[in-house]
Design a protein around this ligand. Structure first.
Ligand SMILES: [Zn+2]
Length: 54
């Protein structure tokens, strides 16, 4: 008997978009990363904003 294999469980994690604001250039952007740098000025001094859209 050939085993074809069981059902494949695809773990698709829902991406959580985190809103950040850069302390340096004040740009607001969204990222999926927990730790992020500003895409505009590459500063690591970013604030994580609370998104109250839920
Ligand atoms: Zn910036």
């Amino acid at each position: 008997m050939c085993s074809v294999g069981g059902p494949v469980n695809l773990d698709i994690e829902e991406l959580t978009w985190i809103k950040y604001q850069c302390n340096n250039c004040k740009k607001v952007y969204r990222s999926t990363a927990e730790k992020s740098v500003c895409p505009q000025c590459k500063s690591e001094k970013v604030n994580r904003l609370q998104d109250k859209s839920e």
